[in-house]
Write a protein that binds this ligand. Structure first.
Ligand code: FES
Length: 326
């Protein structure tokens, strides 16, 4: 699957703080005609981090809005700087964005649905909940947050969903139990999840244990979330006497390409696998942050998606010709 990007000029129209650490931004492209987009779509935004041009991807919140594209950004220090840039913008700022593209395939013909959001993962699921509520579908939205004050969009979701919304608040002792949840679902239920990598890993394990159909669990995660803290690591190359540092605020993909080690990429969200490179040796630990490789492939630690995944310590890679990447 190839992701074709068309960049268009846009303006930040308004901002709204949803929680102390989550800000909503309304972005209107030039010549915006209120065009619709599929629920689960995202846009890419051109950002500048330490003077370097980079790209960040954000889910569109809710159903199509005549005012523009609505995104929500969680301010996070332990990331690569995109959220700091987005939070620095004031209404009137000029932006460059891509047209909406959808990666979260939703089968609207099911009889039962289960939506699961972890933290800022609520953003692509607001629209799905709105559509399902309008269709009076049989569904429940499980929303897991560390504390109630960090739960964005409760003001929209609570009156819309009533008892179909279940909020799992960590500091109130209400944690989401995937084993119990999946055991309670009808056999043909479609589950859609968006949350951090650790949540996704736990959900996939429980889904497998429950013996459910693999393709009935659809998910997205954020490239910024992993099992290890985001820190710098080192890369050696099997075919050359070179060692480079990947700083905590840069991706492996970007630093490799800047160093003249060309690695092709496509989605830059850990979804397509185009940027996968071979791992020869690990002096430390890998932190797979993609959703492309299966769990057994990740445990094998033979490849890494350079766009989102990271490491601790030093890894040795082989980026010579890879026929499987073409
Ligand atoms: S470019 Fe798609 S997974 Fe890295």
């Amino acid at each position: 699957m190839r992701f074709i990007e068309s960049w268009i000029p846009a303006t930040l129209v308004a901002t709204r703080d949803l929680t102390p650490s989550i800000r909503e931004l309304l972005i209107r492209p030039e010549s915006f005609d209120g065009a619709t987009y599929p629920v689960g779509s995202h846009i890419n935004v051109a950002v500048t981090i330490d003077g370097r041009p980079e790209t960040r991807s954000y889910s569109l919140v809710g159903e199509a809005d005549r005012g523009g594209y609505r995104i929500a950004v969680r301010r996070a220090e332990d990331t690569r700087g995109g959220s700091r840039y987005m939070w620095s913008l004031a209404p009137g700022a000029r932006l460059s964005i891509t047209l909406p593209a959808s990666l979260l395939q939703i089968d609207w013909a099911r009889r039962h649905y289960c939506l699961i959001a972890g933290g800022i993962g609520i953003t692509p699921l607001v629209g799905a909940a709105q559509v399902l509520a309008r269709r009076d579908a049989d569904f429940t939205l499980h929303y897991a947050v560390p504390s109630r004050e960090q739960a964005a969009y409760l003001d929209v979701l609570a009156p819309l969903l009533n008892e179909r919304l279940i909020v799992h608040v960590g500091n109130e002792g209400r944690r989401l139990n995937f084993d119990n949840l999946f055991a309670s679902l009808p056999p043909d239920a479609l589950t859609m999840l968006c949350g951090p990598m650790r949540m996704l890993d736990a959900a996939r394990r429980a889904w497998d244990s429950a013996g459910r159909t693999v393709s009935d669990l659809r998910y997205e995660t954020f490239g910024s979330s992993g099992s290890l803290p985001t820190e710098g690591f080192r890369v050696r190359f099997v075919d050359r006497n070179l060692e480079i540092e990947i700083p905590s605020d840069r991706s492996l993909l970007d630093v490799l390409n800047e160093s003249g080690c060309e690695v092709i990429a496509d989605c830059r969200r850990g979804e397509c696998g185009v940027c996968a490179i071979d791992i020869i040796k690990i002096d430390g630990e890998l932190d797979h942050r993609d959703v492309f490789f299966s769990e057994p492939q990740k445990r094998a630690n033979e490849k890494i998606c350079a766009c989102v995944s990271r490491a601790r310590g030093t890894i040795t890679v082989d980026i010579r010709h890879r026929p499987d990447a073409l």
